[in-house]
Design a protein around this ligand. Structure first.
Ligand SMILES: O=P(O)(O)OC[C@H]1O[C@H](O)[C@H](O)[C@@H](O)[C@@H]1O
Length: 620
């Protein structure tokens, strides 16, 4: 046997012998081999109980990390889930929930199924905002509660496909580019208006696309400049998609204003290259309409930002990312994404928990995190193209579940922390702590069976391909973590395709919905986000007052530099002196205020004035 980093591989000769002698067990056969559920319900080891202070007593008493490999194999087979048509498998065997726990959760899961059925029928599932929650209708418009909504969905999909085809085939082209067609797509948006499109692009974009997509997802001027600089002369052939459900998110507005400035400076007409995706009559929608942008696509009130990948938000950017297929240029197959999501939704409608992958995930989350978020979910896809899945899930899970109050108004401070990057890369970063350090997590491995999409591979050493290493690393990490009582889930897909990506998104959307029902919270609002936005607005309002005070003092003859105390006093906010210092330091670092005395390193010594006084502002 050849041994690589503790993983044993049979020699090529032995491998051939094994191949000839062993019948091939397909996962579908495995599903029918259900041995008795004998191993759940064993006592958890005392060492594991001691290290999990936050888990409920019931779990410590009855839970167990089973170590007997044969019993584990039975548990694996017993709980193995497969979706044949999607080629998606789910292994929850390394989460040690007990039969008793399962029985306790069963009625709660049935209640959650009923809540999901009501939601799909159009109930006001977001009570705070009085909204329906309809992202499931996007991939199966027949489910929409009325024909108006169904038509809206279908017409929007048709419009997206037509627009993308016209752009790709250069029927719609930029007015003043020598290229004669669009060559770049720039997507401006943040949060749910960026993370889905970014994830899908990373997962599915062709290697050398004729229409390359890039993103502005922040109000960082240096980041924006970087994108514009990289576009260079291709700005003239860039299609800019501005995405914002509300149409008023400051970061997105700023990105738009910056890019419009770049267009003006290059002598280009932005309106001929701009597309808006937003709610009807939002600020963005009205701007795009009044300025006569190239196109506008609707974002529906009943689709939340973090579940909007299957709306125009995700579908248009994907459909524009073209590659050559059978001598034709076509975008990422968005209809296949919708089929993947729809098939997964269908599977998740069964009320048989064992056959419902989203419910199984929710069950595992409840067990592993005690239903109170006591453990973090580390998401590790072993495939570079799925790198952004954990980042995408971070918003989907944390913005949905991280809530102060439950639906009955009790303070619960709920949540489930998500982080992760990719394997095996993370094995060389933080897996050390996961294996041996603080025990505050469970892992979700995402496994992709096909190593290379082309299907061709070569052995970089006898009997072993590069992909075998990746496979070995995943299996090795899963085993090593489990051997140290660290629990994990494994989701397996055959390949990263539009269909499997759609299915993964749908799987987690539903798991979040079910889990939210189990913990009795509203998964579809985000009241906590407003506090930061409001505070940011107050900082900018204070900055305007400081500038007015400094302007007045700087217009005097001679100029009157002011200390921080004097600025605070003249702004009538002495209690805000720390924030005033930070604002002044930021202005000074960007040459928008000048330090007359002292330095920013010693705040008490600073005296500050403006380089140029604005008399107009003074008498305005
Ligand atoms: O799409 P927008 O309205 O611009 O919103 C972008 C993001 O803004 C907020 O931060 C919300 O918490 C997110 O859920 C949302 O995705």
């Amino acid at each position: 046997m050849a041994s690589i980093s503790g993983i044993c591989y049979p020699s090529p000769a032995l491998r051939l012998r094994l191949r000839r002698s062993l019948p091939i067990l397909s996962p579908s056969c495995i599903r029918h081999l259900r041995p008795p559920r004998s191993i759940v319900g064993l006592p958890r080891s005392s060492s594991s109980a001691a290290s999990s202070s936050a888990v409920p007593a019931e779990k410590i008493k009855n839970g167990a990390v089973e170590k007997d490999p044969i019993k584990l194999w039975h548990r694996y087979v017993d709980w193995f889930y497969q979706h044949k048509e999607l080629g998606l498998f789910l292994d929850v065997s390394r989460i040690g929930f007990t039969e008793k726990f399962f029985d306790q959760m069963e009625p709660k899961l049935q209640k959650a199924f009923r809540a999901m059925q009501d939601l799909e029928k159009g109930a006001i599932a977001n009570p705070d905002e009085g909204r329906m929650v309809g992202h499931y209708w996007l991939r199966n418009p027949k489910l929409a509660p009325n024909s108006f909504l169904r038509l809206q969905i279908e017409n929007t999909l048709d419009a997206i496909c037509k627009f993308a085809d016209d752009v790709i085939s250069a029927k719609i082209k930029p007015p003043s580019s020598s290229a004669g067609r669009f060559t770049q797509v720039l997507s401006v948006g943040i949060g749910g208006s960026a993370l889905g499109p970014q994830f899908v692009s990373e997962a599915l974009a062709p290697d050398n696309p004729p229409l390359k997509i890039r993103f502005i997802d922040n109000t960082d001027p240096a980041g924006i400049d970087h994108q514009i600089a990289q576009l260079g002369p291709e700005l003239a052939s860039t299609l800019v998609i501005v995405i914002s459900k509300s149409g008023g998110t400051p970061e997105t507005r700023n990105g738009l204003l910056e890019i419009q400035k770049a267009f003006r400076e290059a002598g280009l007409d932005f309106s001929k290259q701009g597309v808006a995706i937003t709610q009807e009559n939002s600020l963005l929608d009205n701007t795009a309409r009044i300025e006569g942008w190239l196109a506008r696509f609707p974002m529906f009130d009943w689709v939340g930002g973090r579940t909007s990948e299957m709306s125009a938000v995700g579908l248009l950017p994907a459909a524009l990312q073209a590659f050559i297929s059978f001598f034709l240029l076509q975008g990422i197959d968005i209809k296949e994404m919708l089929v993947g999501a729809s098939l997964m939704d269908e599977a998740n409608r069964t009320t048989v928990v064992k056959d419902n992958p989203a419910a199984l995930l929710a069950l595992c989350w409840s067990w592993a995190s005690g239903g109170i978020g006591s453990k973090d979910m580390v998401v590790l896809p072993y495939k570079d193209s799925l790198l952004l899945f954990s980042r995408y899930l971070q918003q989907l899970v944390m913005e949905s579940l991280g809530k102060e109050f439950d639906l009955d108004g009790n303070r619960v401070n709920q949540g489930l922390t998500v982080y992760g990057n990719k394997g095996s890369t993370d094995q060389h970063a933080y897996i050390q702590q996961l294996r041996e350090g603080v025990h505050n997590f469970f892992v979700t491995f995402i496994e992709v069976l096909h190593d290379r999409p082309s299907g061709h591979d070569w052995e970089l050493e006898p009997g072993v391909t590069c992909g075998d290493y990746l496979f070995g690393m995943l299996q090795g990490t899963r085993s090593a973590l489990y051997a140290n009582d660290r629990e994990s889930i494994t989701v397996t897909v055959q390949q990263v395709t539009p269909r499997s990506v759609g299915a993964l998104i749908a799987l987690y959307e539903r798991a979040v919905g079910i889990y939210a029902c189990l913990i009795n919270i509203n998964a579809y609002h985000q009241p906590g986000v407003e506090a930061g936005k409001k505070a940011a607005g107050e900082v900018l309002a204070l900055q305007k007052r400081i500038l007015a005070v400094l302007n007045e003092a700087s217009c005097k003859e001679p100029i009157e530099p002011l200390s921080l105390e004097e600025i605070a006093e003249r702004c009538h906010v002495p209690e805000q002196i720390e924030m005033i210092y930070k604002i002044v330091a930021h202005l000074a670092a960007n040459n928008r205020a000048l330090i007359a005395e002292g330095s920013c390193g010693s705040p008490r010594s600073i005296k500050v004035f403006l380089g140029e006084c604005n008399v107009d502002e003074l008498y305005a």
